[in-house]
Design a protein around this ligand. Structure first.
Ligand code: AMP
Length: 271
């Protein structure tokens, strides 16, 4: 595995290959990331993983500072997975140039996480746009766990006529149902149990909504989640995955999207 910190040296190496399959990450690697990498390795191009904790997508400095990092362990894992290239850029390497494409922000960026994390998706699209310009990947592997992010990146790529294709990867979960996330590293055993109880509570809720074709009383659900152990709930909403519109009639296909806090850790998922 070749490791790069400088985009020009990286480009010298990769722009002569037939193409790149790209897996962007913020490190703190877990089985969700591994699944993306394994899918990428099935494609005919070389796999490039990036690790960059992008300060621009954090709406709070304290959250950026406390985001779990484990570079040594990550590098060891990526070597074991026989990843071809690892790009660990500095802030300047990413933000020290003016990209050709402007970012396109679909209006759905104002909903769900966009509503509760001001500037978050602007930061995500900015960094992804820059990565795309540097790497020019044939494929980009993204997880459905962060579905709103995936949807917005797809829209940006469509609108800007970028040639990279998105490969949507399913959400990988712990045995207790909780989606793997770097932020889980901040949870103790008891807090993990709460996250699992919340997962099962909301999975059952989704089944009930589907069966009874009914509306749900959001205030009651939020109260129950607090009883289970959540500190605060940002949102629980049904969204259609195709057009990313809010679903009011539960006859229609939807996923239940939610974001909540256990102590200071913010977790998101969709089921
Ligand atoms: P992150 O390092 O959190 O920015 O995530 C990097 C990529 O991994 C994103 O495309 C995420 O959607 C994806 N990802 C994160 N957690 C999971 C998971 N549990 N299952 C599948 N993909 C995931």
């Amino acid at each position: 595995m070749k490791i790069f910190k400088d985009k020009h040296i990286l480009q010298k190496e990769i722009l002569k290959t037939k193409g790149i399959s790209f897996v962007p990450t913020m490190g703190g690697l877990h089985k969700g990331h591994i699944s993306l990498i394994k899918q990428s390795k099935k494609f005919k191009f070389k796999t490039l993983v990036s690790i960059f904790v992008n300060p621009k997508q954090f709406n709070k400095k304290s959250d950026f500072r406390s985001y779990p990092r484990n570079k040594k362990k990550d590098i060891k894992l990526l070597k074991k997975l026989k990843v071809n290239y690892l790009y660990i850029p500095t802030f300047k390497d990413i933000y020290g140039f003016k990209p050709k494409n402007k970012i396109f922000l679909d209006k759905s960026s104002k909903r769900l996480c966009g509503k509760f994390r001001k500037g978050h998706f602007e930061g995500v699209l900015d960094v992804v746009n820059r990565f795309i310009e540097i790497i020019k990947p044939k494929y980009i592997f993204l997880g459905k766990k962060d579905y709103q992010q995936l949807y917005l990146i797809k829209k940006h790529i469509e609108k800007s006529k970028i040639k990279s294709k998105i490969v949507e990867c399913k959400t990988i979960r712990e045995n207790n149902g909780v989606a793997f996330s770097t932020r889980n590293l901040s949870l103790n055993k008891n807090q993990m149990k709460i996250a699992s109880n919340i997962f099962y509570y909301l999975s059952n809720l989704k089944k009930k909504i589907k069966k009874k074709n009914g509306q749900f009383k959001i205030s009651l659900i939020k109260k129950n989640l607090i009883k289970i152990g959540a500190k605060k709930i940002d949102y629980i909403e049904n969204y259609n995955l195709k057009n990313f519109k809010k679903v009011k009639n539960s006859n229609k296909k939807f996923n239940l999207f939610f974001a909540y806090y256990i102590k200071n850790t913010r977790l998101i998922d969709n089921i």
